[in-house]
Write a protein that binds this ligand. Structure first.
Ligand SMILES: [Zn+2]
Ligand SMILES: [Zn+2]
Length: 135
């Protein structure tokens, strides 16, 4: 079981699915809607996914024909993306919303590097800090 919620807590979901490989999408739209270098996404089967609360608080953005991205209308958290019109299509969960652990993650890798931000190189090793940088 995977479950998640937005930053303010108004919206929550769960998916009765096993963890799937994680994709880091560097496409222009994922960068824009996340406000950062890439979106971390996991696809789950449509019929495994349900909103637990706050479905009426969601706002949607059709980023390309038939592809709908959903956000909390209060805090703006990016929640899901899916292609409408195909009941067998997957729901892509924005993994920053997840509250359940993924013990042994597997990865698709970085996708859409052709549209990536020029300031982010996944091969470059940068400093890590347990909290805010102190230097
Ligand atoms: Zn929210
Ligand atoms: Zn993308």
């Amino acid at each position: 079981m995977l479950s998640g919620s937005c930053a303010c807590g108004a919206v929550a979901f769960e998916a009765d699915a096993s963890p799937a490989p994680i994709a880091f999408c560097n496409c222009r739209t994922c960068r824009k809607v996340s406000g950062t270098a890439f979106g971390a996404n996991m696809s789950v089967p449509r019929n495994s996914f349900r909103w637990l609360r706050g479905e009426d608080r969601l706002i949607s953005y059709e980023s390309s024909p038939g592809k709908v991205r959903r956000f909390c209308g209060t805090c703006g958290s990016a929640m899901t993306a899916e292609r409408l019109g195909n009941p067998d299509a997957a729901v892509r969960i924005r993994l920053g919303t997840l509250n359940t652990p993924i013990c042994n993650p597997t990865f698709v890798g970085h996708i859409w590097r052709s549209e990536a931000a020029d300031w982010f190189n996944p091969k470059q090793i940068v400093a890590e800090w347990p909290e805010a940088a102190t230097a």
